[in-house]
Design a protein around this ligand. Sequence first.
Ligand code: CAA
Length: 262
Amino acid sequence: MPVGFQYIICEKNEGIATITLNRPDALNAWSTELAQEFLGAMEDARNDESVKVVIITGAGEKAFSAGADIKAMKGMTALKARELSNMGYKICNAIETIEKPVIAAINGYALGGGMEVSMACDFRVASDKARMGQTEINIGLIPGWGGTQRLTRLVGKARAKELVYTGKIVDASTALQWGLVNMVVAATELMIAVRQFAQELAGKAPVAVKVAKALIDKGAEMNLESALALEREGFGVVASSEDLQEGVSAFTEKRKPAWKGK
Ligand code: CAA
């Protein structure tokens, strides 16, 4: 059953929660209200054991999200800007710390904060109509929701600087070539492809997925020796799960595993 909010649509189906940013008239720009609803939906997905994967997308044909609400920036004080930056931090943090895969289904423009939110997701699947950019420079601003950092980690300094200094918008094939997105599919196929991918992920051993997410995300910020030590600990934790025993039994008995998530 879809649960109705004013600025998002949240649906849960077969272990997949889909959160649709729903301000299509403003190209799904993030208002405070939208952000609050989104954080509520993410908290619900975090606590709902039946949810295995989260998909984030945008309502309408044109945009995933055109970023923070520019109209709310008129006369913005430094303190308000700090609040806005904190809001983006909370949104991206909710995505990165949920112990489940999160997929951004980029159905159109992903600009400024919209692109930054997509970069906090584990995967980005773009429609061939997707357009991505850190366009803040065009209004005399810089990315404030992690764009200077996550973008650099994703595509390297040279391309991050090209995008952030120029505000240029790249098309889906360039985004794919630069490693900004995992795959590009025809616009009409986007949600079918993303749901298929989500179903595939939802069928994997939950403890292993959860620990792999933490190791890859945390390890990428550490020196190699410390990250490898963390991996050895994580390996021990996953090896002690009932899921490993189930996986081994299923392999030897030539059947599909029935994961317990413990
Ligand atoms: N905030 C508020 N409203 C926005 C918006 C935004 N970020 N982006 C688009 N809109 C609104 C437009 O104002 C317009 O509303 P009205 O009909 O009331 O005028 C409506 O959405 C449709 O947009 P356009 O008419 O501009 O559509 P277009 O097809 O001509 O252009 C676009 C599309 C190129 C995406 C253009 O809308 C645009 O450049 N938007 C701004 C994108 C941007 O710079 N985002 C960065 C925001 S700053 C940020 O995100 C900071 C951060 O790091 C957190």
